[in-house]
Design a protein around this ligand. Structure first.
Ligand SMILES: [Mg+2]
Length: 256
């Protein structure tokens, strides 16, 4: 993988000569440095200022993508007039795009209320509603009640699994319900690109395994940039070392 700045002249003319450029940035570890806890991963004000300036130029379309929920990522970034993609692509909101996740809200809501009725008296059980996904955390539930809480969860969710609406995934002391579709950051990027009229050059920046699907989705159509160690075997066109370098890149675009 080449460092992006080592190929800057070539890239600059490519961007300069493209009528429209679609910039897609992952949030954590790409625009914002990784923090000890998710709520501490503040959006650097300098980057926010630069993105604001890019937004004024109609040549650029902007999107910020994250594994966070839509509500969370919008709160962290706090910018209007850009596209937001939350929940690893399951939620998309922005200019000229419908809210993709709304298709799933109804039955996730149904599961939530049923689950709430069952577990509300169990101390330590926590339901987390991330828009289109739902998690039941039972880490803080008394050991002797854990099996029961899991049984209740499966009893409620199973009919939705059988009808093909949702799937269940189990993590560390957490059970999660998500829509039963093959959908990742790559699918979200493809979905968005199909809705852009005319010729547009996509550039995708990401630091995580979940971003690799997006790198694949724009292969041959645009430019993928991995943020992190160049020795990692990631199939991207270029790399930048850290969020600081991503900021430098955005600054170069502003000055273009
Ligand atoms: Mg990331």
């Amino acid at each position: 993988m080449k460092h992006l700045f080592s190929d800057w002249d070539k890239l600059r003319s490519k961007i300069y000569n493209s009528p429209r450029v679609f910039l897609l940035f992952d949030y954590d570890g790409t625009l914002s440095p990784i923090a000890p806890s998710p709520s501490e991963a503040k959006f650097p004000s300098t980057v926010k200022g630069l993105i604001r300036r890019l937004r004024r130029n109609s040549k650029f379309a902007l999107a910020i993508i994250s594994g966070r929920s839509m509500k969370d990522i919008k709160k962290m970034v706090g910018l209007k007039g850009i596209t937001y993609i939350g929940n690893h692509g399951l939620e998309i909101e922005g200019r000229n795009t419908e809210f993709l996740g709304s298709r799933f809200h109804a039955f996730i809501k149904k599961i939530e209320s049923a689950l709430y009725r069952e577990v509300k008296h169990t101390k330590g059980a926590k339901i987390e509603h991330k828009g289109v996904t739902l998690s039941l955390h039972y880490r803080l539930v008394k050991n002797r009640d854990k099996a029961l809480i899991k049984r209740k969860f499966y009893r409620i969710v199973r009919p939705f699994v059988y009808s093909g609406k949702v799937r269940i995934s189990a993590g560390k002391q957490v059970l999660e319900v998500r829509p039963n579709i093959e959908w990742d950051k790559g699918s979200a990027v493809t979905w968005l690109l199909k809705r852009k009229r005319g010729q547009i050059l996509p550039l995708y920046f990401g630091d995580d395994v979940t971003d690799i699907d997006a790198f694949r989705a724009i292969k041959g159509k645009g430019i993928s940039v991995f943020v992190g160690n160049s020795r990692k075997s990631v199939n991207a066109d270029y790399f930048l070392r850290d969020p600081k370098e991503v900021e430098k890149f955005i600054k170069r675009l502003v000055e273009l």
